[in-house]
Design a protein around this ligand. Structure first.
Ligand code: SAM
Length: 274
């Protein structure tokens, strides 16, 4: 080992998700750059790792980043770990990698847990094509969402619990009643998947960590051969999912190439025949 930067994934909740290779690398490098040294020290203690830690985070990344690169150029080896999961995914690890690339330093990824990928694979939504959005910016929040409106791939967002419901509201305003899955506390005791539609999911007192997975824009052409009961089946399913009536009519109409009024007439007919 020498002049190498290891990007070492760490568990996102369950310590058993640490890989053998990660333990071996963290034991072998000269130092570890960690986002929160107290948090990482607990992980190191658990795995009997005694490598020195330095603090590298969003606030000190430019000054400390340069120092890390100097040490690597002088022949030391380092591992970068972040609070949890895969470094450089929505955390300051990405900036260190850019500096290392510019300095021609060898970069070695050590794979492991990543919240986005685990939320996606358990979502039941399309996994063939997806867009990782990460955290939405505070500034230009609405513009960023609008830019994603026609994106056909499954969308993956990270969000802090205190902003979760507000963000779900904004997602509904932009995307309508698309299917959504909230992956909460992945790999932890209270792991939970909340499935439903935008506009009908609100989490009471959201706690813990969340990934929001939203289905992509619908590119299906309207259904051609159908009978009235097909239309009503879809409409009633949306209502059962908690979608508001007007939105359910809009979505049903879109699916069958009908007007909202035509769907409305069918629901009236069904109501009258009961
Ligand atoms: N680098 C990390 C990764 O590989 O997933 C992500 C770091 S980012 C700063 C933290 C965000 O990841 C959280 O706000 C949450 O959206 C998501 N996250 C991390 N751990 C999670 C978990 N156990 N369950 C659900 N979401 C999680």
């Amino acid at each position: 080992m020498g002049s190498e930067l290891y990007l070492c994934a760490t568990p996102i909740g369950n310590l058993d998700d640490m890989t053998f290779r990660a333990v071996q690398i963290l034991k072998g490098v000269d130092f570890i750059a960690a986002e929160d040294t107290r948090h990482t020290r607990k992980l190191l203690t658990h795995f009997d790792i005694h490598t020195p830690l330095i603090h590298y985070d969003e606030n000190n990344k430019s000054a400390v980043g340069k120092k890390i690169i100097e040490r690597l150029l002088n022949g030391e080896s380092a591992a970068c770990v972040t609070d949890a999961g895969t470094p450089a995914i929505s955390d300051p690890g990405a900036d260190l990698v850019r500096l290392a690339v510019d300095a021609n330093i060898k970069i070695i990824p050590i794979p492991g847990a990543c919240a986005a990928i685990n939320a996606l694979i358990a979502s039941g939504l399309d996994t063939n094509q997806f867009t990782f959005v990460g955290f939405l910016p505070n500034k230009n929040f609405a513009d960023r969402l609008k830019a994603l409106k026609d994106c056909r791939e499954t969308l993956i967002f990270y969000e802090a619990p205190h902003r979760l419901n507000k963000t779900l509201e904004k997602l509904f305003e932009t995307f309508g009643a698309r299917r959504v899955v909230l992956a909460r506390e992945l790999t932890k005791i209270h792991e939970e998947f909340i499935r439903g539609r935008l506009g009908s999911i609100v989490v009471d007192d959201p706690r813990g960590e969340f990934v929001i997975v939203v289905e992509g824009a619908d590119d299906e052409p309207p259904v051609k051969d159908f009978i009235d009961s097909d239309v009503l089946t879809i409409y009633n399913r949306l209502i059962k999912d908690g979608v508001e009536r007007r939105e359910a009519m809009r979505l049903t109409a879109k699916q069958f190439g009908l007007s909202r009024r035509e769907v409305y007439q069918l629901t009236l007919k069904e109501f009258e025949s009961q």
